[in-house]
Write a protein of this length. Structure first.
Length: 708
């Protein structure tokens, strides 16, 4: 549970059911607005029998249908709301520490999160199955208060989601309305002036319960340990759902997210960073980045019969950013002076997407099929208008003894850029039950993508302009087989591919082929009551990697391929009553398998640790005078990380310890979370091979919550 006053709807994951007669709220994973068998259900997440559990039985991200994890021939991990709450997560990306093969990267200005999955940078996340973020790869944050669960699909996912990195995708599944009243109030306070009040309200708006709602709102302020750095986040997220009949439902979801923070570029990649205090800030105190995001989602679910159903969804994401900052450029190790440049600008990013799926269940003889056919139309547009001052060796600041108050010079650079990415995707998938213990999955997606870009730059009186338009297309298949020799055990193998369009051209004017990822994966899954395990081994190859042409920097050249191989183990569940555990372990070797002089073969990819592990466990006393009292403890390990290519700078490994203490009584809960218990100094990741971000010191969060 998040630290602070926390009012929760329930420790389980609710679902809205539309039935001919009154029913209770069951809980099953959200399938991006799934319609299932009679009676019609709009799935949220979890299952009633999994209350207070760290494990999940089903997920939707892997197949876009509500599928048991044991029947999916690919590794998929679920971080339920229970884990998010118990760990006191205030920044949603931190919950991904619990998943093997996933490490956290801080985005530009440290305002949002990116992830490295199986050695590959993953900046495009999903929200209820819709891609989120902008063309340049920057993510858009989401409030933890609106998230019901997080699903992480490992390996290529282009078969259903188009243009994604081969390492995998992260899908945030948001809370949905309930047909019974529930009210949750919470307040969180902690170190560095952190405060966060939040509310979660849901229930029916009409007596027949056909019209239901959910309303989440939170305000977050403070909590940053860096000098001069502060932040303020406002999140408002209403959801309305209406049942036109037993067969038809329409749900509208909206989120307003306002994020105002100091622009923080971190620290330079140089050995001197290990001598600097982690709170050292190298911008100017008045630097800022303000982001306003409006997200709209409309989902229609209709059942034609018990075996045929339609799901159609529309999403729009409108984000505007305003920033003014002194950005870090290059460090002089002799003087400890780092040069800076100024950047002031307005950026807008608009995403729209329309997805439609038709799901049919039928038999051919004794063989059962669940056939999914669908399409996606999407467009992302980025507009950037900025000015600044750039001149090497100027606007410096000493990293050891910084003196603030540098005046902003007159701008010598004006920059305007517009990018548009339009995509059409057609996909088909068949989940086949050959025998009760033998499952086959096959699917493919064909994508058509158009990239358009234009930019104008005025630098010291000289103008540079360019316009380009590139078309690309690709077919992304996936096949997999699951064999269950005994009911609790699943053995699986799969093959899948991914693609991302290249917008780069060679000096001959030829468009470089899209980046293609290919994965082979085998694994074993086990479900033993309320305890699940997944052991997976994989081999991923990504081709058509590009870099700037050394003979003509206006163009690019292909440099070959990268490879990632590894083994992962994930476990989660409740081995004994009151004892919950979620743990992971991975070993990964991600390297350049075909390179050049500037990208040497066998060099490790940046931000791709060779190993990592996590363990989080809680125990709650089940009876007696101390019933409801609980304790939690966790360890999070990340191995050495290369910060740049060629591999000349290593971010050292670290182990972080966390702990918690909580007390549940009736509808009240009080909780304390202790993060980085032993005040370990460490760095999480690098950004653009030139910047590095230190992590927070020992932090305490306290919470109180009530639900009714």
């Amino acid at each position: 549970m998040r630290c602070g006053t926390i009012l929760r709807v329930s420790r389980s994951n609710p679902v809205l059911s539309i039935t001919p007669e009154s029913t209770t709220a069951e809980q099953e994973p959200d399938e991006v607005g799934a319609i299932r068998e009679s009676p019609l259900q709009i799935i949220a997440t979890g299952e009633a029998e999994e209350e207070d559990s760290y494990s999940a039985d089903n997920a939707t991200t892997a197949t876009r249908t509500d599928t048991p994890l044991r029947d999916i021939p690919q590794s998929i991990q679920v971080v339920p709301q229970e884990v998010i709450e118990d760990q006191g997560v205030t920044r949603i990306g931190d919950a991904l520490r619990n998943v093997s093969g996933v490490t956290i990267q801080r985005d530009r200005s440290n305002a949002s999160d990116r992830f490295n999955i199986r050695g590959f940078d993953n900046s495009r996340i999903l929200r209820n199955g819709f891609r989120s973020g902008n063309i340049s790869g920057n993510t858009i944050n989401i409030s933890p208060n609106v998230v019901e669960r997080i699903e992480v699909l490992k390996g290529p996912a282009s078969v259903l989601y188009g243009q994604v990195e081969p390492g995998g995708v992260v899908n945030y599944v948001t809370k949905k309305p309930l047909d019974e009243p529930f009210y949750n109030l919470e307040f969180t306070a902690g170190s560095f002036g952190f405060v966060e009040p939040a509310i979660d309200l849901t229930g029916p708006l009409t007596e027949d319960k056909k019209l239901t709602y959910r309303f989440n709102a939170s305000y977050q302020n403070g909590g940053n340990f860096r000098d001069f750095v502060d932040s303020e986040i406002i999140a408002i997220a209403p959801v309305i759902s209406y049942d036109f009949s037993d067969n038809t439902n329409l749900t509208f979801e909206y989120e307003y997210l306002e994020s105002n923070q100091t622009f923080d570029d971190g620290l330079p990649i140089d050995p001197i960073v290990f001598e600097l205090p982690r709170e050292r800030f190298l911008g100017e105190p008045e630097d800022f980045e303000d982001i306003n995001t409006h997200s709209f989602y409309l989902n229609l679910n209709h059942r034609f019969s018990d075996n045929i159903r339609l799901r159609s969804g529309f999403a729009a994401e409108i984000s505007d950013t305003s920033e003014s900052a002194f950005r870090l450029f290059e460090l002089d190790p002799e003087t400890n002076e780092i040069s800076r440049f100024t950047s002031e600008g307005e950026f807008s990013n608009d995403n729209i997407s329309w997805q439609t799926d038709l799901i049919s269940e039928f038999k051919t003889g004794s063989v059962e099929h669940q056939l999914l056919a669908g399409f996606e139309l999407a467009e992302s547009e980025l507009q950037d208008e900025s000015v600044g001052f750039f001149e090497d060796g100027t606007l410096t600041i000493n990293v050891v003894d910084p003196q603030y108050g540098t005046l902003r010079p007159n701008n010598n650079t004006n920059f305007t850029e517009n990018k548009t990415l339009s995509t059409v995707g057609l996909y088909l998938q068949d989940q086949v039950t050959l025998l009760p213990n033998l499952k086959f999955l096959a699917g493919g997606r064909y994508d058509f993508a158009t990239n358009e870009s234009e930019f104008d730059e005025l630098f010291e009186g000289e103008t540079f302009s360019d316009e380009s338009e590139f078309d690309s297309e690709a077919f992304s298949p996936r096949v997999g087989l699951v064999y269950q020799p005994v009911e609790p055990i699943s053995l699986y193998a799969s093959f899948s591919r991914s693609f991302i369009p290249n917008t780069d051209t060679t000096s001959d004017g030829e468009i470089i082929e899209p980046e293609r990822g290919t994965q082979y994966e085998i694994g074993i899954k086990g479900e033993f009551g309320d305890f699940s395990t997944t052991l997976a081994a994989y081999d991923i190859t990504k081709t058509n990697i590009t870099r700037t042409d050394p003979d003509d920097p206006d163009f690019s050249i292909p440099i070959g391929e990268v490879t990632s191989r590894g083994i992962e183990l994930d476990v989660a569940g409740e081995p004994l009553s009151g004892w919950n555990i979620i743990a992971s372990l991975f070993f990964n070797d991600a390297f350049i398998s075909e390179g050049d002089e500037d990208n040497p073969e066998d060099d490790t990819l940046i931000n791709a640790p060779g190993s990592g592990a996590s363990l989080w466990t809680t125990y709650e006393i089940q009876q007696g005078s101390l019933q409801g009292l609980g304790f939690g403890a966790g360890l999070f390990y990340v191995g050495d990380v290369e910060a740049e290519i060629p591999n000349d700078f290593v971010i050292p490994s670290y182990v972080r310890a966390d702990a918690s203490l909580f007390y549940d009584r009736d509808n009240w809960r009080a909780q304390l979370n202790f993060k980085n218990l032993f005040d370990k100094e460490y760095f999480e990741s690098s950004q653009n091979t030139s910047l590095i971000y230190p992590s927070a010191p020992f932090t305490v969060l306290g919470s109180v919550s009530v639900e009714f």
